[in-house]
Unconditional design. Sequence first.
Length: 546
Amino acid sequence: MIRTRGAAIAIALTAGALLLAAFAKNWSVVRDLSAPGIDIQYREMAAAQTVLDEGYGPDASYAHEHVWYNPMAAWLAAAMTRVTATSLPVVIARSGPFVNLAAPAALFLLVATTVDALAATAALAAFVFLVGTWLPFYYAATYSPWFSPENFGQAFLYLLLALVYRAWRPGAALGWAAAAGAALGVTFLVHTAPAITGGLVIVAYALVEARSGEGVDRPALRVALALAVAFLVSLPFSFEILWHYHLKIVNPFPSNSPSDLLDLNELPGLARRLATLPSLVAVAALVVRARAGVDRGTRLLFVWLGVIAAALAAHMAAIVLAKAHVELPAIVPPFHFFFYLMTILAIAFGIGVRDAVVRVASARWRPVLVCAMTLAAVAAGVRSYLTREDFTGVRQEATAMGARYAPDLIGWIRAHTSPHDVFLCADDASMYLVTPAGRKVVAINRYFSNPYVDWTTRDADRARMFHALERSDVAGFAAIARSYDVRFVVLSLDRTTEWLRAAGLRPSDLPAIDEATLAGLPGFAPALVSERFAILRFDGDALASR
C-alpha cells in the first residue's frame, strides 16, 4: 500500500511524532521519582536486588525457596542498574518510558505485517491516545510510564503474533515456526498471561489456516516445533517451577488478585464505558471485514479475539460456578486477558480508518488522508489522554508511596545484614522495606507470595511468633523462629492509614508490642530505631546458652 517515498515519509513522520509526543508526556510523569511507587515495582525491585546479590534462582522473599515469578523484568532492571551505574530504585521508578516504547513499536510492526502501514499508523494512535484512557495500565494495554512486566512484556506478544503470521504463510520455511516458538518462550520469561495467549493463538491459528486451505504444509509439525522451541527457551524459568515445584500450587492467591473490573455486577457499567467512538469504529470495522471475507491477517486478529473472549468467558463461568460452591483454579488474574482486548480494539480501529480511506481515495492520496484522519482523531481525544489514570491517579498513588520510601533503613539493612538473613515483620515492612533490600521474610502479602509455598502456614507462624512476643514468651517465639532461622524483628511504628492501606493492612493488624518492651526481652537487642520502624536483632544462640 505504501508505494512511494513520499508516502513512506508521511507515515514515518506521523508515527514518529506520535511516539515522540507520547514519550514526552510519559517521561514528565516519572522523571522526578527516585523510588518505586507501586506494589508491582517493589516486587520487581526485590527480585532484581536478589539477582544482583545472589544470582538467578532464589525466591526474593523466602529463604531456601526458588524463583516463582517470570524473571525477565528482574533481569532487565538488574542489567540496567549495572550498565548505567544508576541505583536500582531510580531504575525501577524512571525506566518505564524507555523500555515500554517497545510495545507501540512492536504493535506497529504487527499491524504493518498483517495489514499494512496505513492501518498500523492509525492503530498506533488508538493504542497510545484513544483506547482505554480511563483505565490504569494494569487493565488496558497502552504505552505507559510505569515499569512493569505487563507494560513492556506486551511487545513480545505482538512480535510473536507477527512471526506466527509469517510462519503460516504458504511456502514459509520451518525457521519461521522456530522463530515464533522462540518469541513465545521469551514471552513466558516476561509474563504468563501473554504467553498463554500466544500459545493458544499458535494452536488455534494453525487449525484455522489448515481448514481455510491457505495454510502451509505439515501444520502439526510447525506447531510442535514452535512449542518445543518455546519450552527450550523458557527453561531458565520453567525448570524452576516444573523441577522444583512440579507446578503444584498451594497458595492460590496470586492467581486470584482482587479486582472489581470483571465482577458480574460491574459488567453493564464496563460495557457503557467501553462504548466510545474509537471502540464503535473498531467493532464496525471487524463486522465489515467479517462480512466481506477475511484474509490471513484478519483471521489472525479474529483468532486472537477468540482466545481473549474464551478466557474471559471462562472467568465468568468460574464466577457463576463459585456461587454454586464449585471452585475452579485460575492460572492468572483474568484482567490480564481483558488487558489485550484494548489492543485488539486499537488494531481494529486502525483497520477501520484504513479501509474507509481505501474506499474513498486513490492510492496516491491514501497515506496523506490516513495520516490526517489519525492526527485529527488524536487531537479530538488528547484531553482525555492527558487526564488518563496512569498520569493522574496512579501518579498520585506512586508519589505518596515514594514519599514514604525509606532509603536510610534499606541502606542500613543492606550494610548490616546478609542476603540470607530472615526478618519477622508485618506485610508493610515485608513488601516495602525488607525484600526490596534483598533480604528474606517469614511471610509476605499473600498476593505476592510464592504460589508453590504454603502461605497459610507461614502467615499463621508469623502471627504465633508476634503473639508470643506480646506475652513475653521468648521460648515460645524461639521454638517457631528456629525453623525459619529468624535473625531480625521489624516493628512497624508508622500506623497511618495511607501507608498501611498500600499493604492491605489496618492499624489493628500490627502487633501490639513496642520496641522498648521487645528490647527488654532475653535475646533481643535494638539494632535501629527510626520514626517509622524499629529493627531488633534476635540472638537465638545467646538465648540458648542462658
